[in-house]
Write a new protein. Structure first.
Length: 132
């Protein structure tokens, strides 16, 4: 592939793969041409659900578009224990031009804060299209 444009990151080897990648909470990672900064965090958020109070997970951090095209970030973060998912969060950030950074958030509204997990995987966002 030829390098096009003065701003292209030809030698930077940005990970543009959409394959799932295992990450560590708070550690920088790259996925699908996006770079997430160190110090992203997983926080418990207490919410009212009728009479009960539930604690849901929320991930926040800063993401940079390392691709040479303008686009928005949409991905899933899956927390698992012994290979079984315990919480899946949908993450988003608005449209960014090349090298633009902005906050991203994964609200985890339908998930319960995982008490324990041994892996965190970033992967493509997928709507569950299986019919029951």
């Amino acid at each position: 592939l030829a390098c096009l444009g003065a701003l292209s990151a030809c030698g930077d080897d940005v990970n543009t793969s959409t394959d799932p990648v295992e990450v560590e909470v708070g550690k920088a990672f790259e996925w699908n041409g996006f770079a997430v900064d160190d110090d992203w965090e997983l926080n418990p958020i207490k919410r009212s659900a009728g009479v009960e109070e539930v604690t849901t997970p929320e991930v926040k951090g800063t993401i940079t578009n390392a691709s040479d095209e303008e686009r928005a970030a949409i991905f899933e973060m899956v927390f698992s224990l012994d290979g079984e998912p315990v919480a899946t969060l949908n993450c988003t950030a608005g449209r960014m031009v090349t090298d633009q950074s902005m906050p991203f958030v994964c609200p985890g509204l339908s998930a319960t804060m995982p008490e324990d997990y041994d892996a965190v995987v970033v992967q493509e966002f997928s709507r569950d299209t299986t019919s029951g």
